[in-house]
Design a protein around this ligand. Structure first.
Ligand code: NAD
Length: 331
């Protein structure tokens, strides 16, 4: 057991979070993560309407008695969603933990907090972490440049970002971006975080509701198989490298505006990748951690393996080094 301020705050057994993932954070995955003793998050905007989100939360409750939360991401969209209505659905469903991410979350943080909901705010810079702390967030998920999805525009990798944030942020902080195994968990704890957030690693589990071929693609890909799109639009997104991401990057180099690439990058098209298993059908998110993913375990196997590995590293490898024993003897 590794108990931290974060596990105490959200009431889970293990310091591991399955972060918000568009089209992936659905009831079957979230419930499997919760049943494994970690914190799962339903992605609100994956549901077409706030009413569908209410139903998805109920479906998740049918699959687990353990706590789980909801992610609400506020970033540029082709069709702006009714955020306040999604927020109301989350409040009315009695959710106790919300992961907010993206721009200007104050209004949402204020409303959620009025209802006693704990806020885990995901951000990609120390200054945004401090601003979320001032806004009333209960915990920070600090997201390094390695991550899938939106790494921000500062390009600071976790090895620097996590301790830089830990030096200044007072509320509990978990580390995000590039995590997939027990080594990462121990490293995050050493750098000052109190847990880890994983997206791509949970995408590649048995219960993840995406096509088997996409999971196999993640296993086959190494750490170089990502690409940064929307750099020129200051909405950078790290996605799995494919025919479309390469085309979008080339078009951006030629001066393309969002309107020129909109058809190629639409989320509705990316959703088709997960349904059909054709990895070139649209844009889909994946992080550099692909290079550390070699199998498709159940969520229970994955979480217990990470905890086992982390405890072995702390008790044997690190303790062994402290006592001067050789690495072989320690193992
Ligand atoms: P979408 O179809 O509206 O847009 C597709 C992509 O284009 C998204 O990455 C979006 O940020 C970007 N985009 C849209 N308008 C833009 C503009 N004017 N300038 C620059 N970039 C623009 O998005 P979707 O796939 O339906 O996703 C809905 C929202 O959820 C988006 O904001 C997306 O970024 C966000 N998202 C959330 C998660 C999560 O973990 N919750 C993961 C990935 C994306």
């Amino acid at each position: 057991m590794i108990k931290t301020r974060f596990t105490e705050l959200v009431g889970v057994e293990h310091p591991i979070v399955q972060g918000g993932m568009q089209w992936v954070g659905r009831a079957e995955l979230v419930a499997a993560v919760a049943n494994a003793g970690a914190l799962g998050l339903i992605t609100a905007l994956t549901q077409p309407t706030p009413e569908d989100l209410t139903k998805e939360i109920a479906r998740c409750r049918d699959l687990t008695d353990k706590p789980f939360g909801v992610n609400l991401t506020i970033l540029p969209t082709i069709k702006p969603p009714p955020y306040a209505e999604y927020r109301q659905a989350i409040i009315e469903a009695g959710i106790k933990v919300v992961e907010t991410a993206g721009n200007k979350p104050q209004e949402h943080v204020t409303e959620f907090k009025k209802h006693g909901i704990k806020i885990l705010h995901k951000c990609t810079s120390v200054r945004h972490a401090l601003s979320a702390e001032r806004m009333g967030a209960d915990a920070i998920s600090i997201d390094g440049f390695e991550c899938a999805g939106h790494p921000g525009e500062d390009d600071t990798p976790g090895l620097i970002l996590i301790p830089a944030a830990a030096d200044k942020v007072k509320i509990p902080m978990i580390a995000s971006g590039g995590f997939g195994d027990g080594r990462g968990l121990v490293a995050a704890l050493a750098l000052g975080a109190e847990g880890i957030n994983m997206g791509t690693r949970f995408m590649c589990t048995r219960e993840s509701p995406i096509h088997q071929l996409v999971k196999e693609k993640i296993v086959a890909n190494d750490e170089r198989e990502t690409e940064l799109i929307f750099r020129t639009m200051r909405n950078t997104s790290r996605v799995a490298r494919n025919a479309i991401s390469t085309k979008v990057v080339a078009m951006e180099k030629e001066g393309a505006k969002f309107e020129d690439v909109r058809e190629l990058v639409a989320g509705a098209r990316g959703k088709m990748v997960y349904a059909s298993g054709d990895a070139d059908e649209g844009i889909w998110s994946a992080g550099q951690v692909q290079g550390l993913i070699h199998d498709i375990p159940t969520c229970a196997e994955l979480v217990s393996r990470i905890m086992r590995e982390a405890e072995a590293i702390i008790r044997s490898r690190l303790e062994g080094m402290m006592s001067g024993a050789s690495r072989q003897a320690a193992e």
